[in-house]
Design a protein around this ligand. Structure first.
Ligand code: BV8
Ligand code: ZN
Length: 253
């Protein structure tokens, strides 16, 4: 377990903040055992999922896409949130205003106890019909079989946002609103290359937030933020939060 130095400024800001927001990416789920997309262990190097996570591949090869999502669902069913997720759940309980805008589709923030979560790219555990849009969740798919169909005859797809697809406007709007009004804005476990999610930390900075990055490797954001921590979020975030809690307890004495 590495030890990290946290500035008094950051601890002070976190102990006096009223509105804190976190943008999260695949890196926060990595320590739960879910491979990231582009990091050192990224699955996207092997599987080229930029193509897989797209409507055209789904229309030409729906069972291949279904196979990939079923493979990922099985992994998600067998993992649990980690200390990074649970620290964000503690923060939601502490602050008057706290939200998470996540690019992750694994639902782990909800399982860790967070309620105020905007799923920018949808949720892999949900499905929807490509024709009528009906949410159809309890569907079975076995390799080699035909993909599930809706009563209306439409193909059923995972309820996620693929490349070239719009994010749900109200989710995106809320995430930009949160970024624009945050006192402290975290960018956690994301390579910050997928848009429009990657615009959120800059939106926060532009509106006066103190922006903090926690990521295993440098990203295009690293030179733009107020503080950048290189390391595992499951180690860094709990250590930082412990300092904030200690300071708050001292202040109460
Ligand atoms: C849209 C599907 C328009 C669900 C995903 C140029 C400029 C602006 C935009 C574009 C552009 N070129 C193309 C675009 C559009 C495109 C885009 O941004 N492309 C990128 C690649 C350039 N964006 C889109 O298409 C979006 N839609 O723009 O629509 C539009 C407008 C009007 C009308 C119609 C259309 C849609 C984007 C959503 C795509 N869907 N996934 C799924 O199956 O998962 S994106 C995919 O990448 C995942 O959802 C993932 O969440 C997301 C981001 O990845 P990260 O979460 O950051 O994960 P990554 O592996 O990259 O990084 C993890 C980091 O964690 C690493 O840095 C690693 O070092 C670190 N890490 C690892 N372990 C740890 C750790 N950190 C801390 N602790 C650890 N333990
Ligand atoms: Zn339908």
């Amino acid at each position: 377990m590495s030890h990290f130095y946290f500035s008094n400024t950051l601890v002070e800001k976190l102990s006096t903040a009223r509105h804190v927001v976190a943008l999260t990416g695949a890196g926060i789920s990595a320590e739960s055992g879910i491979a990231t997309f582009r990091g050192a262990d990224g699955i996207w190097k092997k599987l080229k999922p930029e193509e897989l996570a797209s409507m055209e591949t789904f229309m030409c090869n729906p069972d291949l896409v279904w196979e990939w999502y079923e493979y990922r669902r099985k992994i998600i069913h067998n993992v649990t949130p980690n200390s990074g997720h649970y620290t964000l759940a503690k923060m939601e309980k502490y602050y008057p205003y706290f939200s998470i805008s996540t690019q992750n589709v694994d639902g782990l923030h909800f399982r860790a106890g967070n309620k105020n979560v905007f799923e920018l790219h949808g949720n892999i555990l949900r499905n929807r019909c490509v024709v009528c849009g009906r949410k159809v969740n309890d569907v079975e798919f076995k390799k080699g079989e035909k993909i599930p169909r809706c009563e209306c005859g439409g193909m059923i797809r995972p309820d996620v946002v693929w490349f070239g697809e719009m994010l749900t406007p109200e989710v995106l709007y809320a995430s930009f609103e949160e970024a624009a009004t945050a006192d402290v804005y975290f960018s956690i476990g994301t390579s910050a290359v997928v848009y429009p999610a990657a615009m959120l930390p800059a939106e926060a900075k532009k509106n006066g937030a103190y922006v903090v990055e926690i990521n295993l490797e440098p990203t295009p954001l690293s030179t733009q933020v107020d503080e950048s921590f290189l390391g595992k979020v499951g180690e860094i975030l709990p250590q930082l939060w412990q300092l904030v809690e200690m300071k708050n307890n001292q202040d109460c004495e």
